[in-house]
Structure formats: structure tokens, C-alpha cells
Write a protein that binds this ligand. Sequence first.
Ligand code: ADE
Ligand code: ZN
Length: 335
Amino acid sequence: MIATAELHVHLEGTAPPELIGRIARRNGVELPAGMLAADGRFHYTNFLHFLDTYDLAASVIRTAEDYRDITYEYLASVAEDGGIYVELTASPDHAALVGLSDSEHYAGIAAGIDEARRDHGIEARILISGVRNFGVEAVERVARHAAQRPHPYVVGFALAGDERVAPGQFAQAFAIAADAGLCCTVHAGEWQGPDSIREALRLPVTRLDHGVRAIEDPTLVRELAERHITLNTCPTSNVVLGVFPSFADHPLPHLRAAGVRVTLGSDDPPYFGATLAGEYEVCREHFGWDDQHLREVTVAAIEAAFCDEPLRAALLARAHGPDPAARPSQEPAAN
Ligand code: ADE
Ligand code: ZN
């Protein structure tokens, strides 16, 4: 089994309908109308509808225990397939909308991370995310809160939501986050093209979430390679949402061949029928990548991770090792 690592997954978006249903029953709330299709899967017809459905599902998540369960269950499932490290993109705005404080939100996620490490040997950290369609002020508020409330597991700041809201408007939010020592990433180059990516690259970021439409401009591709910008790509999400019509049309192999650092992510796994291990299999099946190529993807993720250096070194040792299940991180060797 190849060791895998993931830098691009939205925490609320990891909860499948079954878990959202369980949480709704526990909280005594009705499932929001229109959230599910007749077949029991999340219902959406395009990207903006997807964002609405995501918000409906997130509205059911109410307590620190809910966040613990979502975190734990996702990390356990990733570890089962060889996952050793995940950065979870979490949105304090979604928590605030249901009345959950930042400290309860963080505590729930941290409990899930700690218990997943104990039971499954997987490590995880948190990226605090603003949502661009919630507005510039809301995103600055999220950045300020993250800056003012340091937490050992919160290592980065991200920007998600409707990409048509141009990234340059959020320069102040990114400055607040970066000044507080948070590493930064931004969604770009999924729904908008090279100009939007160039604008995003003026922010203090070392990574882009998606970034795949850079392929439309060879000069930009060269710049990404030269600046060692890592693209956290999500091929299944792109194909399901129609950014590219098929895996055969996906530019990931060309970006990689041009020397751009790339990682794999599931984005919002149950919405897109994706898993992290499944993304590795997509690359094996559609792009012909072998174990060595896939191991390099994991190494690229760990090198671009926002974690501290001792953890990075431990993860790199596991990524290069023969069996990720054999060496749980930061745990004493078994007797
Ligand atoms: N929020 C949750 N999932 C997202 C995605 N895939 N893109 C942008 N914003 C998101
Ligand atoms: Zn995303």
C-alpha cells in the first residue's frame, strides 16, 4: 500500500449523508429540504448549487462533538487506505452560523485528530478558511480570529467559496494571517483562468488549491514551476463538476511533466464520489503513474505541508517506507 497525504479537503464536506443524518437525529433537527436526491446522495446540479447544498449540510453540524465525529470518521477512513497526514480545511463561519464558538469548534476538531492518531496512527492539522462569497469583511474577521487565537493544530489560512469573487480583494485578510505566522493557500484556477491565478500569486501563498487552469498559459506554468508553488489538485472533483470533460482531458500529467509540484486531494469526498486513495488510483489508471510517481506525490504533499519540521521529518520517513501501516507517527514502537 502506498502512503498517501492530503492537503485539499473541506472538513464539513467530508461528512457523508449517513453521518449528516445521524448528527441531525442526535441534534433533533430535520434534514434540510432539497439537500438529498431521491437516491440518498447529496443533490446539486452545478458548482454554485453544490456550494448551497454544502451550506445546508453544514447547518446540521451544531456541536463540538459533531465536529469530533466528522474529523475522527474521516481520518479513520483515510488511514485505513494508507493515509498518514491530512490538512483539514475548516470554516469558522459555518460553525458561527449555528452558534458554535471558535474554541468549541477547534476543540471538537482537535479531539477528532487526537483520537484518530491514537487509534489509527494518522496525523492531521487544521487550515482555517474564509469563504469568499461571504464577503471581504467576513473573511478578514476569520483571519483576525485565527491570528488572535493561536492553536497548536491550526497551521494555515485558506480561502474557498465562489472563485468568481476575485482573490486580490482579500489581500488584507491574507496579510493578517501571514503576519500571525500562518502559512497560506488559496483556491484559484478552478473556475477562473490564468489572470485570476496571477492575482492569487500576489498573495502570500506557497500553494494553490486546484490551480489546474494554469495549463492555459505556458508562461504561467513555467512560473509555477520556478517559484515552487504546489498545486493541490482534485481530478475527480474537476471531472464531476465539469471543469474538464474527462480524466483524459485533465491537465495534471502535463503540469507534472512541466515540473510543477502537484498533490492529490478529494475536495469534498461524498459529494464527488471521491476518496484520497481513489485519486491515487485515478492517476494510476488514467495517467499511467506507477508506485514511484505516486510516492513522489505524497512526498510533494509532505514537503508543502504547513506542519512543523519534526513532524515533516517523521512523515517523510513514513512516506519513503515500505508500508505506512507499519509505522504510526509519534507513537512508541510496539513491543
Ligand atoms: N467549499 C467547500 N468545498 C469547496 C470547493 N470544492 N471549492 C470551493 N469552496 C468550497
Ligand atoms: Zn476545494
